[in-house]
Design a protein around this ligand. Structure first.
Ligand code: GDP
Length: 473
């Protein structure tokens, strides 16, 4: 889709697009939005009751014939939204037709012949934003909602769409704006050396705003996991059973299982949904010192995956590992804020009884993790316990989700930039800098905060955001 900027007259064109998925369906919806949506519809649609759509009340549905005098395209329902009461904030008509791609194509062609133009990606939602129906971050949440494929992603998106932290950001911005105006007013009276803005009250406000921004920034790590899933790295020596475990969890033979050491060279990613969260499993090459070039890359990749993962499954078996090796591996690779699950695999195999094997590991790795499960990936033993662990982990994460959580990288960047600017304002205040210098950084912070909700925006940013939407949304 092109991100061509819309001219102001185009913003008010009547646009048309298929609102349902392409392909054959029970029904297909063609959506029209714009000042002429209703008059255009009256040229191509005749309701069986004989009342023009221009004369029916808003939010009503009408059965009728769609087509030209000469040829009927379909018998369908027209839903009418009038005035500003629609999704886009302008007149909208939605034709619910029989879901034949041919019919839907013909209906769109007829709308085009009658003066509409094809909508660009996300243009309906863009209009909702431009007409003040949605803040920019709410509009973005609409795209997230459509893309959501887990309960958690859905929960985050729907909270954002219903307002999320919009009002909080707007309040913070308004308070900062009031102060900025007072400081800028002083500039007009610079000869007289007056201070309209109470500096200590300003410092208090600044502190509050910075704390809130920091809180929102911190919420991003959880928000991002809820939205995009939790990356789990499966690591361990070659032949520890990583592929077997992944297959068992996925219940399908995606990864290559082989008795020859070091065959899982590429990383494979698979997603399973447990407790409403998408766990994104990353299978990795066995970690060991190796001379083999290709495998060395695999080993490096495994280390990189650990770095990117929020959770690490470390597999070992008693036949091939010593507690010392395992402890050493955890100590060497553990990263702060990641959750490690030690999986003692192959418990179906006989071992020389060492009742202290697991205990000695747990004792030594206590600063990092206390989760150790005995499993047999091959036999499926205790995999239910592992899934239960993931399920309760998912539930804990979901509980932390609330309306003031951020999950969008654009919002994260904007908040980070706003915080940086506010830090500079704080430094400026401490140095008793003049109002004109403070105002520069304040304006910068206001700009970044405003860019989140769209209080300030430019066509390039909007083009970027809405081009990621689908056509018809
Ligand atoms: P990876 O290199 O870590 O991915 O290991 P694989 O999943 O390819 O497994 C290596 C070998 O160990 C295969 O022959 C598996 O069948 C076997 N294996 C994996 N898990 C178990 C288990 O729980 N018990 C037994 N007995 N063998 C297992």
């Amino acid at each position: 889709m092109s991100t061509d900027l819309l001219t102001s007259s185009e913003k008010y064109d009547t646009i048309v697009a298929l609102a349902t998925a392409a392909g054959v369906g029970a029904i297909g919806v063609v959506r029209l939005s714009g000042v002429d949506a209703i008059s255009l519809s009256d040229r191509i649609f005749k309701s069986y009751k004989g009342i023009p759509l221009a004369d029916v009340p808003s939010h009503t549905v009408h059965l009728g014939r769609l087509g030209t005098q000469e040829s009927l395209i379909d018998e369908c329902l027209a839903t009418v939204f009038k005035g500003k009461q629609s999704y886009t904030g302008e007149p909208v008509v939605e034709f619910s037709c029989h879901g034949s791609p041919y019919i839907l194509r013909e209906v769109i062609k007829l709308c085009l012949a009658n003066g509409a133009r094809l909508a660009q990606a996300g243009e309906f939602t863009q209009r909702a934003f431009l007409n003040g129906k949605l803040a920019l971050n709410q509009a973005e949440a609409v795209a997230d909602l459509i893309a959501s494929d887990s309960q958690a992603a859905h929960q985050v998106a729907i909270q954002q769409m219903r307002g999320g932290f919009t009002s909080e950001i707007e309040t913070l911005r308004q308070e900062l704006l009031n102060f900025t105006s007072l400081i800028e007013l002083e500039l007009d009276f610079s000869e007289e050396d007056v201070e309209f803005a109470d500096r200590s009250a300003f410092e208090t406000l600044l502190k509050t705003v910075k704390e809130r921004i920091k809180f929102l920034l911190q919420s991003f790590s959880v928000g991002n996991v809820l939205k995009n899933g939790l990356p789990v790295a499966i690591v361990g020596k070659p032949n520890a059973g990583k592929s077997t475990l992944l297959n068992a969890l996925l219940n399908e033979e995606r990864a290559i299982v082989s008795a020859i050491a070091g065959t899982t060279r590429d990383t494979i990613e698979e997603t399973i949904h447990i407790g409403g969260i998408a766990f994104r499993f990353i299978d990795t090459a066995g970690i060991r010192d190796t001379e083999d070039q290709i495998e060395a890359i695999g080993v490096q990749k495994a280390k990189e995956k650990i770095a990117k993962a929020a959770m690490v499954f470390y597999l070992f078996d008693e036949q091939e590992s010593t507690p010392e090796e395992i402890i050493h591996f955890v100590e060497e690779n553990y990263q702060k804020d990641s959750h490690w699950v030690l999986l003692h695999n192959k418990v179906d195999l006989p071992t020389e009884a060492n009742s202290l094997f697991d205990e000695s590991i747990l004792q030594a790795v206590a600063p990092y993790t206390q989760t150790l499960l005995k499993i047999s990936a091959k036999e499926g033993t205790h995999l239910a316990a592992l899934k239960d662990f993931l399920s309760s982990y998912a539930q804990k994460l979901q509980h932390t989700a609330d309306a003031t959580m951020i999950s969008n990288i654009r919002h994260y960047e904007a908040l980070k930039n706003a915080l940086e600017a506010l830090e500079k304002v704080g430094e400026g205040l401490a140095l008793h800098l003049s109002g004109d210098l403070l105002s520069i950084d304040l304006r910068e912070a206001l700009y970044h905060l405003g860019s989140i909700t769209g209080a300030v925006s430019n066509d390039e940013v909007l083009g970027n955001i809405f081009s990621k939407f689908c056509i018809g949304k």
